[in-house]
Write a protein of this length. Sequence first.
Length: 121
Amino acid sequence: MPVELNHTIVHARDQQASAEFLAGILGIEVSEPVGHFTPLVLANGVTLDYDRADDVRPQHYAFLLDEDEFDEAFERLTAAGVTYFADPGHRQPDQINHRQGGRGVYFNDPDGHNMELLTRS
């Protein structure tokens, strides 16, 4: 059996709000709580398990989307008034990148996690 990522824990000060924020951008639903986790299940079955934490150390999470999904997510991102960047260091505001012939964008979630949407990995 090949190795697959099953889930990862995302620390958040308000796990429900943070999960809803990302779910809204990605166009997916927040799943029912599992224990003390607030999960987001991605199309490939990987789960982001949001967990409450007082001390949040920002991490990077990247989401591979097809072109149409990117357009829809980008539209939701801009409609929500979220500042976005072409680079992971957030030095190129209000731009997207075109690496590997695709498109990509970075933005912070409510806890400062560096989220990335991309169409080519």
